[in-house]
Design a protein around this ligand. Structure first.
Ligand code: FMN
Length: 194
C-alpha cells in the first residue's frame, strides 16, 4: 500500500480537473492505496519570498497552508500535481506550492550537476485538463514538470494524464464526453500494480 498525496491547484469545484482527480482517486482506492486530496483553493499556499531565512536554519517566515502540508509531503510516497491549463501552463497555485519546496530542501554535501540541495525523494505524477487539444497544448506544463520536479528536485515520474478537449470555462465541464476519466481511473488503478 502506498501513501498518495494529490495537490489540486485550482479548477471549478465540479469542473473537469476535479472530475479527473476523482476518477484517479477511485482507481488508486480500488487498488488499495491510501490517498489524501488537498485543494489549494481551500489551503492557501503563497509563493516563495526568497528571503532565505530557511537557509539560515530558520523555519519559513510565511505562516500559511504550506506548514500543514510539510508532514504530508514527507509522509507521501507519491505526490500528484493536478491543475487546469491556465495560459498554457500549470496554474499559479501549483507553481507557488512548488516554489515552497525551497524551504524543505536540506544541505547536500555532494549534489549532482545543476542541483544545490537535497529534496525528499518521491514519486510524482501530473493530471491536467485543458479546453484545447493541440499537440502543444500541454507542452509548457510538461516541460516545467520535467525540469523542476523530475530533473531538478529529483522526483521519479510515474506518468501523466493530459486531458485536452474538455471545453472552456464559459460552459459546463465537458470531460464526461471524452475518454479521459477512464484513462485517469486506469492510471490510478495501475500506477503501482500495472
Ligand atoms: C484563466 C484561464 C486560462 C485558461 N487558459 C487556457 C489555455 O491556455 N489553454 C487551454 O487549452 N485552455 C485554457 N483554459 C481552459 C481550461 O484549461 C479548461 O476549461 C479546464 O478544463 C478548466 O478546468 P476546470 O473545469 O477544472 O475548471 C483556461 C481557463 C481559464 C479560466
Amino acid at each position: 500500500m502506498k501513501n498518495i498525496l494529490v495537490v489540486q491547484g485550482g479548477g471549478r469545484p465540479k469542473g473537469n480537473t476535479a472530475q479527473l482527480v476523482n476518477a484517479f482517486i477511485k482507481g488508486v482506492q480500488e487498488a488499495g492505496h491510501q490517498i489524501e486530496l488537498v485543494s489549494l483553493l481551500k489551503t492557501e499556499v503563497k509563493g516563495c519570498l526568497g528571503c532565505n531565512a530557511c537557509r539560515f536554519g530558520k523555519p519559513c517566515i510565511q505562516k500559511d497552508g504550506f506548514n500543514d502540508l510539510v508532514p504530508k509531503i514527507k509522509a507521501a510516497d507519491l505526490i500528484v500535481f493536478a491543475s487546469p491549463v491556465y495560459f498554457w501552463t500549470i496554474s499559479s497555485r501549483i507553481k507557488a506550492f512548488i516554489e515552497r519546496f525551497y524551504c524543505i530542501a536540506e544541505e547536500d554535501p555532494n549534489p549532482p550537476l545543476g542541483r544545490y540541495e537535497r529534496y525528499p525523494i518521491k514519486d510524482c505524477a501530473l493530471l491536467m485538463t485543458a479546453a484545447d487539444d493541440f499537440f502543444w497544448t500541454f507542452g509548457q506544463a510538461v516541460s516545467y514538470y520535467e525540469f523542476a520536479l523530475v530533473n531538478y528536485i529529483g522526483f521519479h515520474d510515474k506518468g501523466m494524464v493530459l486531458a485536452g478537449g474538455c471545453g472552456d470555462t464559459n460552459g459546463k465541464a465537458q470531460i464526461h464526453k471524452t475518454n479521459h476519466l477512464t484513462r485517469a481511473y486506469e492510471f490510478g488503478k495501475t500506477i503501482y500494480n500495472g
